[in-house]
Design a protein around this ligand. Structure first.
Ligand code: NAD
Ligand code: UD1
Length: 328
């Protein structure tokens, strides 16, 4: 086994949008990172900047990244065994791998259960069995469902409107009891609507900013589902990963569920118009039928993130949109 003072961190879903930005920041902060991903939506290109750092032990004096192709809903123990035999125990896990579409979860609830709840249990079982210090989980504002008081406080009763939200909430409960019963430190971060470079616009279920930015940049029509009065709290990925990495490398915030948003909201209609303006204004906007299970209003209360993680989102929407359109 090789020894290193650099923390060994596993990132599930590390080839995805938020995952690859998380990997970038962890490596920048001096960690060695093992990515577990099945590449269902993630891409090797998102990690290409680290290709020259080589697999652990195979290239360079201090390689930074190893990438394992694995389905987290069943292969975690077997996939990590050779890595830990060679390089030591995984110290911290950032669990981001998931089926990410609310709409897809309504059509395929059992797939969502297997990947999103089953995947979390696999990761927690691995953490319990091998003595991982901290697990940080990507939860979602979708756990809240229909709430009536805004900005949304973490302590409000959750009534998710989709299998996706329900399985994220069930995963949070599992995090809680793995901490209480087994002593694994856990933190759930409830991301609001994350956007930024590398978010894939190619599916109809992709994040709305990636779709609108892609279409507006090509002068194509934007489609708003419903009247466009539904609102979201859009938070830039560069901000989100500061919260993720802070929670993963720190030892506080055990058993906490924490909103990660900006505290400001914008309607989908205003968003569409802003994106058309920023891109030069040739796209038209049409409306189509509202989505089932749609949350009508979403905006985060942000004080808990400030108190427990010292985190505050800093990127203004127009700056984040400019960075998204530029790509990175
Ligand atoms: P993404 O699709 O880019 O990333 C998900 C990653 O997980 C991909 O790399 C995919 O290949 C991988 N994956 C999927 N199923 C897997 C499996 N069974 N085994 C191994 N890997 C698997 O999406 P993202 O936006 O980066 O989402 C990351 C996390 O953040 C997810 O848990 C998502 O639910 C959560 N989240 C995202 C948002 C958002 O606005 N983007 C908001 C709230 C929560
Ligand atoms: C998103 C995330 C989900 C996360 C949740 C947290 C994605 C794909 N989904 O769900 O993982 O848990 O935030 O709040 O990132 N819309 C249009 N036109 C389009 C696409 C979307 O009008 O072409 C509308 C939708 O109807 C919705 C809003 O834009 O009202 C946002 O949609 P979307 O980006 O898919 O995100 P959420 O459903 O909020």
């Amino acid at each position: 086994m090789t020894s290193s003072s650099r923390p060994l961190v596993a990132v599930t879903g590390g080839a995805g949008f938020i995952g690859s930005h998380t990997v970038d920041l962890l490596i920048a902060r001096g960690c060695r990172v093992v990515v577990l991903d099945d590449f269902s939506t993630g891409k090797r290109a998102n990690l290409a900047r680290w290709a020259d750092s080589g697999r652990f032990g195979l290239a360079g004096a201090e390689p930074s990244l190893d990438v394992l192709t694995v389905d987290v809903s069943h292969g975690v123990f077997a996939a990590l065994a050779p890595v830990t035999a060679a390089y030591g125990a995984i110290e911290r896990i950032v669990h981001l791998a998931a089926q990410v579409s609310v709409v897809h979860s309504i059509a395929n609830p059992l797939t969502d259960l297997r990947v999103n709840y089953g995947g979390t249990l696999q990761v927690l079982e691995y953490a319990r069995a091998t003595g991982v210090k901290k697990v940080v989980f990507a939860s979602s504002a979708a756990v809240y469902g229909d709430v009536t008081a805004f900005p949304v406080d973490e302590d409000v009763a959750c009534h998710p409107l989709s299998p996706y939200g329900a399985h994220k909430l069930a995963s949070e409960h599992a995090l809680h009891y793995y901490s209480a019963v087994h002593g694994v430190q856990t933190t759930a971060l409830r991301f609001f609507n994350v956007y930024g470079p590398r978010q894939d616009p190619s599916s109809p279920y992709s994040g709305v900013i990636s779709i609108f930015a892609d279409r507006a940049a090509g002068g194509r029509e934007l489609t708003i589902f419903g009247d466009g009065e539904q609102s979201r709290d859009f938070v830039y990925v560069g901000d989100v990963v500061r919260a993720v990495v802070g929670a993963a490398l720190g030892d506080g915030a055990d058993r906490a569920s924490i909103n990660v948003g900006t505290g400001t909201e914008i309607t989908v209609k205003e968003l569409a118009q802003t994106i058309v303006d920023v891109t030069g204004g040739t796209s038209t906007i049409r409306h189509a039928e509202a989505r089932p299970g749609e949350i009508l209003r979403s905006v985060a209360r942000v004080e808990r993130a400030e108190r427990l993680l010292g985190f505050r989102a800093e990127t203004r929407l127009r700056d984040g949109l400019a960075a998204t359109l530029q790509g990175a």
